[in-house]
Design a binder for this molecule. Structure first.
Ligand code: R5P
Length: 315
């Protein structure tokens, strides 16, 4: 069977633009499927393409509406499995519910593990995802997980800007490894902010380790949700004498109020990727740039299909 007959790529409703771009990169059509609702609101999915014995991929991001998109992914996986696909890969550009990954107080769930269980039980044979909130979430699955990084795409963009006197700032300790990758590719210096989360919407920034005075700053993170981390970090580096402030994050969640807080902040440019489609109010941000990760995802899908190395993409 020719490549484009044996591989089937389907799109959930969360990010059809990204699926289109991935399919364009691979030179295959988007799989035909009907996603509808019963009168009571329950979803029904029907694959219009024959998937028997095919290598199937479903692309679905865990963005808003989070619960609806997650359930849709589960139903899609079940649908493909029952239609006798030979292998089903859940392609989850943004993996939701990842931040509740441990019991840091009593009587709370571990949603990251719950979601991993649900995806596996629904029928996924493997998972392809990008910039998990914590890399060790891979271990929550007992099926193979391929974990991609958006850093090469973001680094390429920032490199093209030829920013002088660059310091890469990790806005918290947990992000240090990611920041180190940018340092390696952009030849900047490294600095770290000691962050304390006060509530879901509030963070406090403490000491800075490293030099930001007179430097242009690139702050990188896996996600921008309320933007409290980035706006607070921008304020503190500015107070310590930083010049321009660029921020780069893989997942632009931009929860309610985040776009306005960024507009009111000291940040010069915000760069995110298209793992999540942007809402209209976010698109209006004058200093927002969205880069596509479709080629990285497309290449990884091709390599999974052909049993080739994924890690070689990042070496
Ligand atoms: C924290 O551990 C993460 O890496 C992000 O810094 C955080 O989740 C971003 O959230 P927010 O934009 O709400 O501060």
């Amino acid at each position: 069977m020719a490549l484009n007959e044996n591989i089937k790529i389907f799109s959930g409703s969360s990010n059809p633009e990204l699926t289109e771009k991935i399919c364009k990169y691979l030179g295959v059509p988007v799989g035909e499927a009907k996603i509808e609702r019963f009168p009571d609101g329950e979803k029904i999915i029907k694959c219009e393409d024959d998937v028997r014995g095919r290598d199937c991929f479903v692309i679905q991001s865990g963005c808003e509406p989070v619960d609806a998109n997650l359930v849709e992914l589960l139903i899609f996986l079940d649908c493909l499995k029952r239609a006798s696909a030979s292998r089903v890969t859940a392609v989850i550009p943004y993996f939701c519910y990842a931040r509740q990954d441990r019991k840091d107080e009593g009587r709370v769930p571990i949603t990251a593990k719950l979601v991993a269980n649900l995806i596996t039980i629904a029928g996924a044979d493997r998972v392809l995802t990008m910039d998990l909130h914590a890399a060790q979430l891979q271990g929550f699955f007992d099926i193979p997980v391929d974990h991609l990084f958006a850093e090469p795409v973001l680094s390429k963009y920032f490199k093209s800007k030829k920013i002088e006197n660059l310091t890469i700032v990790s806005p918290d300790i947990g992000n240090l490894k990611r920041a180190a990758r940018y340092v390696q590719h952009l030849n900047g210096e490294l600095a770290i902010i000691h962050k304390r989360r006060v509530s879901d919407r509030e963070v406090e920034a403490g000491e800075i380790i490293g030099t930001v005075k007179g430097r242009n700053i690139l702050m990188c993170d896996d996600m921008i949700s309320t933007a409290a981390t980035m706006c607070t970090a921008a304020k503190i580096v500015k107070e310590h004498g930083a010049k321009k402030i660029f921020i780069g994050a893989t997942h632009g969640i931009f929860s309610e109020g985040a776009a306005q807080d960024i507009a009111d902040s000291l940040i010069d440019e915000v760069v995110v990727t298209d793992t999540i489609p942007q809402k209209e109010n976010v698109k209006k941000l004058k200093n927002l740039k969205v880069l596509t990760v479709s080629e990285i995802l497309g290449e990884a899908i091709k390599r999974i299909h052909k049993n080739e190395s994924i890690s070689a993409m990042f070496s």
